[in-house]
Design a protein around this ligand. Structure first.
Ligand code: V07
Length: 264
């Protein structure tokens, strides 16, 4: 009896989600979705749990959202996992956060490989602890030949610093005489950012009710649609993801036409 009840409970939403996925897939899908995964600490606080419990639950959401993104045919999913500002947090919290890539990958790498997901990273790799570097490097090697979803973690990432580094690189090319000042244009700057090989995000999602960019992909988000939700990241699920993409598709229904391409 109990088993029957439980089975019914899960079967109904699953069918509804399958239908929504099919409808969403029949319309233009954003190629690149970027997410600021906010609200893990608040989720924990509401349950009288330590902040790290929220981060750990948030890690499970990463797995769920990766699956649905892949299923929807999204090409790139960029997740803001750790900002350059996050070093200001208590040391114990930082130590815990730096163990999450290792735990995530030791648990989920086989299924990422199986799902043809390619793991990548943007941000300053050198400053990460060795064990974190190793975990990420192993995953990048193991998934290098995959050509499904690119799961791009922004780790120790800050957008202004990324732009500063790009400007320095361009300045040194000029100093060596390799290029001239007149060669500087938007495409040259874009091609010196850490995202040079990726399409620009079409959709930015930020959870937990905050309505800020917090130094995330400032250049790359110039033309993106923004979707803000009060849902805390650990509670963000397939339904929330579909809501954001359906909203994107409504706003972009003139996608590909001469109108609605950003030119007034
Ligand atoms: C982190 C879980 C998600 C919510 C945001 C904060 C906590 C997955 C990773 C990760 C990173 C690189 C990688 C594989 C997994 C991660 C950090 C924090 C620092 F190759 N979740 N997650 N990294 N959180």
């Amino acid at each position: 009896m109990l088993e029957k009840l439980l089975r019914k409970k899960t079967a109904v939403p699953d069918a509804a989600i399958t239908t929504r996925i099919a409808v969403v897939k029949s319309k233009p899908i954003p190629a690149h979705v970027a997410i600021i995964m906010d609200g893990n600490g608040r989720w924990a606080k509401q349950r009288n749990l330590p902040r790290i419990a929220g981060h750990h639950e948030g890690m499970k959401t990463v797995r769920k959202i990766t699956r649905i993104a892949n299923e929807l045919g999204i090409k790139v999913l960029t997740l803001y996992a750790f900002s350059t500002e996050n070093w200001k947090r208590p040391k114990l919290e930082i130590d815990f956060l730096m163990k999450l890539p290792g735990e995530f990958l030791s648990t989920y790498l086989p299924e990422l490989v199986e799902q043809n997901v390619k793991v990548e990273m943007i941000g300053n790799f050198d400053m990460l602890p060795d064990h974190t570097k190793h975990a990420i490097q192993q995953a990048m090697i193991a998934t290098a030949d995959n050509d499904g979803l690119t799961l791009n973690f922004a780790m120790n990432y800050g957008s202004r610093l990324e732009i500063v580094e790009s400007v320095k690189e361009i300045a040194s090319l000029i100093a060596e005489g390799a290029i001239s000042v007149e060669d500087i244009d938007e495409s040259l700057i874009g091609s010196n950012l850490m995202t040079a090989h990726l399409p620009e995000p079409d959709l930015l999602i930020r959870t937990s009710g905050e309505v800020r960019l917090s130094n995330f992909m400032l250049w790359q988000l110039a033309y993106a649609e923004f979707s803000f939700t009060d849902v805390l990241w650990p509670d963000f699920d397939a339904t929330c993801m579909l809501n954001a993409i359906e909203e994107f598709q409504l706003r972009n229904r003139r996608f590909g036409s001469v109108e609605g391409d950003g030119n007034v």
